[in-house]
Design a protein around this ligand. Structure first.
Ligand SMILES: Nc1ncnc2c1ncn2[C@@H]1O[C@H](COP(=O)(O)OP(=O)(O)O)[C@@H](O)[C@H]1O
Ligand SMILES: [Mg+2]
Length: 253
């Protein structure tokens, strides 16, 4: 064995000891259509296990469509979307979800005629390690108080907490969260920030679509700015200050 081989082996061992985080979501050249409408045009995106990233952009940029494309909920999609190393581009939505995906849609999807707890128990399991009701109520004490209230009686904030809590029960470990702070009072937004931090500490991987950059910038490891169905800027957490002007320009804030 020559020196180069020896060095390569030593480096491999060092890297193995460091346990680099594994890839949870790897997207390459994702294109997606609703009918004739070509809404995503070559998205690339990388999320490692345990990371939190955001999709930022103006209304109509393609952020929700990116989440829906990951879930297989668009008309047609091409390219590559790997979830924890498994290629999903040819899979139907129910099989993709079972790889451990949880989706919190913008419209929240709380059933008005069911109680809070019935809503909480509604979604099918997609993984083994879902949180118990007890753990969930520990994280969202308000929901425990409101357990038997019908969905219609919940405030916007309570509905959002419920929509989040519901996917934690399913065992999902990759959470796709669409504009969870939209229309909510500052105190609720703050609470959601705490929830995101706690989920990160528990090892969840998260993709946040956000309009509220002040909320997102303290939570995310990296930001992807989307415009016309393309990623136009990738900004690491430690670059946010330096690129603030560019961000303001892109987001129109
Ligand atoms: N169901 C749909 N059918 C056709 N076009 C859609 C549909 N949903 C969204 N679009 C279009 O796709 C583009 C991206 O929308 P969307 O992903 O919802 O943007 P964002 O979430 O960033 O505001 C927009 O031009 C929007 O009009
Ligand atoms: Mg949207």
């Amino acid at each position: 064995m020559n020196d180069a081989h020896v060095n390569a082996n030593v480096n491999a061992n060092v890297n193995a000891n460091r346990k680099p985080a594994s890839a949870m979501l790897t997207i390459r050249n994702l294109n997606a259509w609703y009918g004739e409408s070509h809404v995503l045009q070559g998205i690339d995106l990388d999320v490692k296990a345990g990371e939190c990233i955001t999709l930022l952009g103006r209304n109509g940029a393609g952020r929700t469509s990116t989440l829906r494309a990951i879930l297989g909920l668009v008309g047609k999609r091409t390219g590559s979307i790997q979830v924890a190393g498994t290629e999903t581009i040819g899979m139907p939505p129910h099989r993709i979800a079972r790889l451990g995906l949880g989706y919190c849609p913008e419209e929240r999807g709380i059933y008005a005629s069911l109680t809070a707890e019935e809503n909480l128990l509604l979604l099918p399991k997609v993984g083994n390690a879902g949180m118990s009701l007890e753990q969930i109520y520990g994280m969202f004490p308000n929901l425990k108080e409101r357990a038997s209230s019908p969905g219609t009686r919940l405030s916007g904030g309570e509905q959002q907490m419920l929509a989040m809590a519901r996917i934690l029960r399913t065992g999902a470990n990759l959470l796709l969260l669409d504009e969870i702070t939209e229309g909510l009072a500052p105190v609720i937004v703050q609470k959601l920030g705490q929830v995101i931090r706690e989920l990160k500490a528990r090892g969840f991987t998260m993709v946040l679509v956000e309009q509220n950059f002040r909320f997102a910038k303290h939570l995310a490891d990296r930001h992807y700015v989307i415009e016309h169905g393309q990623v136009v800027e990738v900004i690491e957490r430690n670059e946010v200050e330096a690129k603030q002007d560019r961000l303001n320009e892109l987001l129109g804030i």
